[in-house]
Design a protein around this ligand. Structure first.
Ligand code: MN
Ligand code: MN
Length: 313
């Protein structure tokens, strides 16, 4: 019998019952005593196109009921190695996005004070910037793996500095990132100018466009990233729209020609061995996900993130 929290098993309670937490883990108020925690940010007020990500955390939790504790591919047994719980949702202000980002930063400072590693269920991508501010205050600048169809480096959208297309420009301005240890993977689609991705390249970031990923394994890329990052603190931000809409149609800003779910798994599993300090899975929009498969994929990716954490190796 493990001394750690366990997900409620499918042979103890039918998978359509039990608590509506991530993997039907116990709920805990706050992160005290935890090695890792799942947190929801039910927000879509930073969204520019189709809304709905405020419903994402709840739908990801619902679909996560199918996950079982052992990772049959990697051999990971996260619930034998770490104390994990679902600590609920960040109480954002849905009428004020700017207040919400400050609420998020303060909330994550509280989590990091307990040395718990936060794994976040989004929510639109705006939320990664305030999380990275809390990371910076705890660890200094961090290395970043950013998987997305979009660069999310706009200076502003509709004249606004806070939006889901701007988080990594804001994080850069706030000194949250180690500029020679930033990888953006899966970028593609139409733009406003041929230079849309070059601002990042000028900062020293590595931009791996989707076309460079087509038809091949991404494990060699991850090997390169592990060698480059060394022991630096690393944050993983995974926008579900990085996947091709064939795999993940349930999101607001779809782009054709994306990554496969297998490549997504290769990226996340390829993070194992790094000094991961946090991760998020953003932009699942349940109104566009009638089968639930996009949320299910998101739930699997969050579980895979848990399996890559340092204490799990
Ligand atoms: Mn994004
Ligand atoms: Mn995106």
């Amino acid at each position: 019998m493990s001394v750690f929290n366990q997900p409620l098993g499918g042979n103890d309670m039918i998978r359509t019952g039990g608590p509506a937490t991530f993997m039907r883990l116990p709920v805990q108020k706050g992160a005290e005593g935890l090695d890792a925690c799942f947190i929801g940010i039910p927000m879509d007020t930073g969204t520019s196109n189709r809304p709905g990500t405020r419903l994402g955390p709840r739908q990801i939790r619902d679909e996560s009921r199918m996950l079982r504790p052992f990772n049959m591919a990697t051999g990971s047994a996260p619930f034998d190695r770490m104390q994990v719980a679902d600590i609920g949702d960040v109480p954002i202000n849905t009428f004020d996005l700017k207040k919400s980002v400050d609420i998020i930063t303060e909330y994550y400072k509280g989590v990091l004070a307990y040395d718990a590693i936060p794994l976040t269920l989004g929510g639109d991508h705006t939320l990664t910037w305030p999380i990275l501010r809390a990371m910076r205050d705890r660890f200094g600048p961090v290395a970043l793996v950013h998987v997305d169809a979009h660069a999310d480096i706009n200076d502003e959208m509709f004249g606004e500095k806070v939006a889901h297309g701007c988080p990594f420009r804001r994080a850069w301005e706030d000194g949250c990132l180690i500029n020679d240890k930033v990888f953006q993977i899966g970028l593609r689609g139409t733009g406003y100018s041929p230079d849309d991705f070059n601002w990042a390249r000028e900062k020293g970031w590595q931009v791996i466009q989707a076309e460079e990923c087509w038809h091949k394994s991404l494990s060699p890329l991850m090997e390169e990233i592990r060698a480059k990052f060394g022991n630096a603190p690393v944050y993983l931000t995974y926008d579900i729209d990085s996947l091709d809409p064939a795999y993940a149609p349930g999101t607001g800003t779809v782009e054709v020609g994306g990554l496969t779910s297998v490549q997504g798994l290769e990226i996340i599993r390829g993070m194992a061995g790094l000094n991961i300090v946090g991760g998020d899975l953003v932009e699942v929009s349940p109104p566009y996900d009638p089968t639930g498969n996009t949320a299910l994929t998101g739930a699997n990716f969050l579980y895979e993130m848990l399996c890559t954490l340092p204490k799990c190796q």
